[in-house]
Design a protein around this ligand. Structure first.
Ligand code: GDP
Length: 370
């Protein structure tokens, strides 16, 4: 390629040599794209046409460089997180990098949580969790990138806090940042304007800029992969199954000590001690929950993973990591969170439970959201 060509989806420099890396597109697709005047990298192409998630490799070094660049700017930082996966959304050390720049925390995918949940309560919960991580956002707002009508509120809030400055949108992969940016583009500039916008000169990283009224820009940045998410253990198809698409219907289970719940074959919840009590499961409506006896759980899993307990599917079982156990003694009403999959709320304190997830995926306890 003589001339730098950029993907109109994510702004990455198009390359045809390294599949799986930023900006890759097959030669044939590039030729077609040039004919139509719309060149997408393979990732954005798939996202647009098949709604498929494809990870782009952004190394930790590149991401640190990106954060440092942002720290040196005078800008509003918009940190998009997935409220369904708060822990998996965190950018480690973000608060150290933003410098004096104000941060607007945007909790995306609000459409997944029960409509009965009060927004005020949820934003307060998010604010508390952010403070625990050392991040002091100027404000917290909920949104859904799937719902065009939510953009008005979001754009108004951004306008309020940016005070004539540029806006940097940051987030780890899978939080819905691309979907959100696309929605913003539809609501503001229109795609044509974005393509003709020149990229920041002299920076190493790929950004897409959306022009704002006053000559400033809203700048999308590449996401970094959060490794301890289910997304990196499961294939695309299974990921679609476990990632909730619409409002979650919580499932309440009355359990006795010594009972186990399987979430397909990807996670397991053991109730060990604390008398008969109720647990509420917040996972995708498509993921089947099986109840069994704790003493039989290992055997059941060994015999039925890939069949009754799916995902993983049968042909994936051999490559699927073993489940690893984390035990918790619950002192207050809490959620046991399986990163990227959902959580089980332990409704009253005083229980001993264990959460299992594929090796490499986090299971954590937190103050309950709902
Ligand atoms: P990115 O990696 O942060 O750019 O995330 P994407 O925009 O690719 O979105 C990741 C997944 O989340 C996709 O399957 C999207 O369809 C989905 N998604 C994005 N925003 C929302 C939202 O507001 N609600 C729901 N339910 N799903 C969303």
């Amino acid at each position: 390629l003589n001339e730098e060509i950029r993907c109109i989806g994510c702004g990455a420099v198009i390359q045809t040599n390294a599949p799986g890396e930023l900006g890759y597109t097959p030669v044939s697709a590039l030729e077609k794209g040039l004919e139509n005047g719309e060149v997408y990298c393979q990732r954005c192409f798939r996202l647009r046409h098949y709604n498929e998630i494809q990870d782009v490799q952004l190394t930790d070094d590149d991401f640190l460089r990106l954060l440092n660049e942002i720290g040196a700017e005078d800008a509003l930082i918009v940190n998009v997180i997935d409220i369904f996966d708060f822990n998996g959304s965190l950018i480690p050390g973000l608060h150290r990098f933003v410098g004096n720049n104000p941060v607007l925390l945007v909790g995306n995918k609000v459409d997944l949580l029960p409509h009965s949940l009060k927004r005020g309560k949820m934003t307060q919960w998010l604010r508390e969790r952010a403070h625990e991580e050392g991040l002091r956002p100027k404000d917290v707002i909920l949104t859904s990138a799937m719902k065009p009508k939510e953009m008005d509120d979001l754009l108004k809030t951004i306008e309020k806090y940016r005070e004539g400055r540029d806006v940097f949108v940051v987030g780890v992969t899978n939080v819905g940042k691309s979907t959100l940016i696309n929605q913003i583009i539809k609501n503001t500039a229109g795609v044509a304007d974005v393509i003709t916008t020149s990229q920041f000169p002299g920076t190493t990283l790929d950004r897409i800029e959306i022009p704002l009224d006053d000559g400033k820009s809203l700048i999308d940045t590449p996401g970094i992969i959060h490794r301890h998410q289910m997304a990196h253990v499961l294939g695309d198809k299974d990921l679609k199954l476990i990632a909730p698409k619409k409002e979650i219907k919580p499932m309440v289970y009355q359990l006795n000590e010594g009972q186990t719940l399987f979430f397909g074959g990807v996670a397991r919840f053991d109730y060990i001690q604390g008398g008969r009590r109720s647990f509420t499961c917040y996972t995708s409506n498509d993921l089947k929950i099986h109840r069994t006896k704790l003493e039989k759980a290992d055997e059941l899993y060994a015999n039925h993973v890939g069949e009754m307990l799916q995902p993983p599917r049968k042909d994936e079982v051999d490559n699927f990591p073993e489940l690893v156990r984390f035990e918790f003694s619950v002192k207050e009403r809490s959620d046991i969170v399986f990163a990227g999959l959902g959580w089980v709320t332990v409704n009253e304190p005083g229980a001993v439970v264990a959460g299992w997830a594929p090796k490499g995926v986090d299971v954590v306890i937190r103050k309950s959201l709902i």
